[in-house]
Design a protein around this ligand. Sequence first.
Ligand code: C2E
Ligand code: CA
Ligand code: CA
Length: 737
Amino acid sequence: MIDNNDELIEFADEVEEAPGLKLTPWKILIVDDDPDVHVTTKLALKDLSIEDAELTFVDAYSAVEGLRLLRQENDFSVALIDVVMENDDSGLSLVQAIRDQLHNHSIRLILRTGQPGFAPESDTIRLYDINDYKTKSELTRTRLITSIAIAIRSYSQIKQLEANSKGLQETLVATAALSRLSNINNFAADVITYLCTLLDIEKECLICAALNPPKEAPFILSAAGHFSDWEGEPLAKLPEERVRKQLTQVLESKKHIFDNGICVYFPGANNQALAALVEPEHTITASEQRLLEVFCSNIAVTFENLQLYSSIEQLAFQDSLVKLPNRNGFMTEIGRQLNHSPRSKKALALIDLDGFSYMNSVLDDAFGDEILCAVAQRLCTHLPRSHCIARVGGDIFGVFANHKDLTPQIIESVFSEPFTLHKNESLRISATSGLILVDDDSLSAAELIKNAGVALKQAKYFNRGKTVLFATEQADKARDRMQMLNRLRAAFSSQRLKLHFQPFIRLQDGVTVGAESLLRWETDDGKFIPPDSFIPLAEQSGMIVAIGEWVLSTALRWRSSLSGKVDDTFRVAVNVSLVQLKEDDFVESVIQHMQAQRVAGHQIEIELTESIAAEDIISVTKKLQKLREHNISISMDDFGTGYSSLSVLRNLPFNRLKIDRNFISGSAADQPNYTIARTIKELAGNFKMHTIAEGIETQGQLDALRQTGCEEGQGYFFARPMDAYQFESWLMLSANE
Ligand code: C2E
Ligand code: CA
Ligand code: CA
């Protein structure tokens, strides 16, 4: 910003000329009809240099010729004019023509006359701004030199003033325009335009930025002409060594260089700076150089303001903790990239740290901050530079990149190694991510982030610790599942989940020896949603843990309510999902409920599926053994449908194998011999386990099953699952039979 014009001019006056600079020579026009005068004048002024520039001479032998030359070239500094040539006052007419016709007011004029006494009126001298009027005899060599020197200096000053006012004007225009820019890239591009306009040259220019020294190496911020391909690249990559060196030197010395290529320096805030290189074809004049300096000093102010502004702006677009773009910044960058390159090739991920709020609440905030910074840093070092990485929310990071460079594997690999925190603590952090492919042209950055948010929500419900790639066709299914899950949550909290019970019958004598508790979801209109359709959902979302605990306590309370109405050995079986079993405190919770409901261990059975065999066998074995220590029996559900190695059967402390109903009444039922059931029974015998068959629907099946020696059965043939009230009625009826 310019607030004082005098300061500009002062600045220009103070400028020291750069060493090694070859300035344009001062052009002197000699107008004299006497050829000898030309020779002696040049001889007298030979080797003279003023303000570091040499003199060159142009000869004119008449006023007419002089005027023609002056009309052709307007860069003469001084004209030495003979007064009397073609006419007595040819010289004076020429002077008049220069000022009035050519409007050349900057050239300095020295009048010489061979005839003393023929002097123009002092008015003329003043009117036409003549520097000197001397007789030729008066003008000794020394005097001539002095006279020329004064004339040239005064010419130079005039030119400076002209340049300054032109520069001032241009600078004012440029500064005003540039100060409206809020973006450093646009600023740089415009500086190039103004620089080239100022020097009246083709756009052949390069702006190099040291924006974060010494952390980041200088890079090419903006470029025009044959440099344009290098925009965005590190300066070190530029093939032209000379240019590279010059820019580096300018950034280091913080001074302009006026050499073959002109290299100017713009200081900014916080040790940041720009250096611009222009390569004009002509050697620049001293006044152009000053003009440039004036321009630079003003633009530097604008640059600094821009940086200050952008640091304020950064607050709105950057996360101050992890120094990454925030949600605003992320959206802006996505918007920018979408406008620049084809959409079909992008992918957007939202990465959510698992259990962060827990860590943050259990440990202190500073620890949470440290985790966030460590993750931000890991993302930046692990992912290619081209990825746009942001912190879009508390513990949610966003990544936008080409779809090939952003896959679930790549994201998951970021978290595969533990993180090292400041006290050299090593911490494993897992993350759940939603990833979408950006293949819809019509979506805005905000909508894309929203979609990725839906994918993330999906992932959090169903694939904790994983990345879910969200394809459009999956959207509907996913939405259904989400809705169902939300309804299940509501049903659970409003106690619309119920337990039904289905009896276990001892095949030998038809006595009811226990019952399996089966979950029911009763909807508002009194219908039941079958557990097969919601249990997997509850398992994937982790909700099964809470539901399972409720089932356990409800089933035990029910068993407790039966005391006195059934044999002491009557057992209630509870289905326990693997997710539940994996909970650290599963066994403790069973024991707690057992004590709370005053139910003995032998009155409880846990049904587990074969899939537990795939789990951490040591920890599962320990847990099952603990349950066994409390006399709780364990039954392997759906036996025969999964895969269990014999060693699993041998090592896991099961009491009972439950023959899957598929072998009894389903498609794999090989009646009338029940070879499979028979084999399972034999196997169980070898391992000293009991057997129960589920899915007995007919008398025929029951009869065939009895032949196999299987001890117990369950199925619609005896009873469907019933609520507690129905069960008691059924129990009384069957006892009376
Ligand atoms: P499951 O443990 O194999 O339970 C037996 C299923 O077979 C029950 O289906 C039962 O109603 C059904 N069933 C009983 N007798 C017959 C019959 O004669 N023929 C036929 N075709 N089916 C019969 P339900 O109640 O729909 O339960 C389905 C599955 O849901 C259960 O299979 C179990 O895996 C799961 N489940 C039910 N309640 C719970 C629970 O509280 N916790 C957990 N984790 N899973 C549960
Ligand atoms: Ca079961
Ligand atoms: Ca079963």
